[in-house]
Design a protein around this ligand. Structure first.
Ligand code: CP
Length: 309
């Protein structure tokens, strides 16, 4: 079975084909009649051990738009609460013969572990601080549609890099397609050795935003912070929050992005999140299309072959 566990598994050509396919899914999703029959008769299970608004609902809509039968496992009211392990839960669901399992889990490697055990395709919808591949794909699609390309763009990713699977997947993807990636964060929120991922590191927004084509803000993941990694929310916003003054340091036509959920007034000012440079709502729309593209590519090898020819 084919899986999507991380952006690392994709070649630049795979990424381009998925984005092209997602462009077609955007067109379908903008029609009054939004359904295709590509995955008719297939069963999709969403297994979310961590909270989600965007990812879970867009995977559900994506499956439904492709004609699949979609089941959302209600983890909070399941036997997980009685101590059932991840593997036992997955094997139980596997016995119901799904074709694709979408998993979000707090542990890095959870999706890869499931992929070894179950007899269906697995998509990683976020595993700890490791990867969130469909988020990076939807971000890339949003940028490509707004800018016409990804190559040679300067993308500055700001904030809580340490806890961010979104940052990790984006760094890998953007490097693979020839964009330049910068990260800006206080040193307490930068993972050790981040430079080895092929990014420029800035400690100030003034340095990091200069000449940026895209400014990607990250949520301060306070639920994953054991100690005080930021001095105070007010100080964090002052130095690393995106407001009108700091945004002026980027290129005039720079896109403002945020994967959501946002902490308004913490990493981004409300006026900027809702302002003319923001593509945050487009990102959400692209999320459905990218997830349609990924599930189609995994489950419909016939179409993959025709694309390869
Ligand atoms: N961007 C993202 O993964 O959002 P959710 O946590 O709401 O799915």
């Amino acid at each position: 079975h084919r899986h999507l566990l991380g952006i690392r598994d994709l070649s630049p050509q795979d990424i381009t084909l998925l984005l092209d396919r997602a462009d077609r899914a955007v067109a379908l999703s903008r029609q009054p009649e939004k359904k295709s029959a590509t995955l008719r008769g297939r069963t999709q299970i969403n297994l979310f051990y961590e909270a989600s608004t965007r990812t879970q609902s867009s995977f559900e809509l994506a499956g439904k738009r492709l004609g699949a039968d979609v089941m959302n496992m209600a983890v909070a009211s399941s036997s997980v609460k009685k101590g059932e392990t991840l593997i036992d839960t997955a094997m139980t669901l596997n016995a119901m013969r799904p074709d694709i399992l979408i998993i979000r889990h707090a542990s890095a490697g959870a999706a890869a572990l499931l992929a070894q055990k179950v007899g269906c395709s697995v998509v990683n919808a976020g595993d700890g601080a490791h990867e969130h591949p469909t988020q990076a794909l939807l971000d890339a699609l949003t940028i490509r549609r707004a800018k016409g390309r990804l190559e040679r763009l300067t993308v500055t990713i700001c904030g809580d890099i340490l806890h961010s699977r979104v940052a990790r997947s984006n760094i890998v993807l953007l490097n693979a397609v020839g964009a330049r990636v910068r990260v800006v964060a206080p040193s307490t929120l930068l993972p050790a050795g981040i430079e080895r991922m092929g990014v420029e590191v800035s400690r100030t927004m003034a340095e990091g935003l200069k000449g940026a084509d895209v400014v990607m803000m990250l949520r301060l993941q306070r639920e994953r912070m054991a100690g005080a990694l930021v001095p105070s929310i007010r100080e964090y916003f002052r130095y690393f929050g995106l407001d009108a003054e700091k945004l002026r340091l980027a290129n005039d036509d720079a896109l403002v992005m945020h994967p959501g959920p946002m902490n308004r007034g913490v990493e981004i000012a409300s006026a900027i999140a809702d302002g003319p440079q923001s593509v945050i709502e487009e990102q959400v729309e692209m999320g459905v299309a990218v997830r349609m593209a990924v599930m189609e590519a995994l489950l419909d090898p016939r179409r993959n072959e025709s694309e390869a020819r």
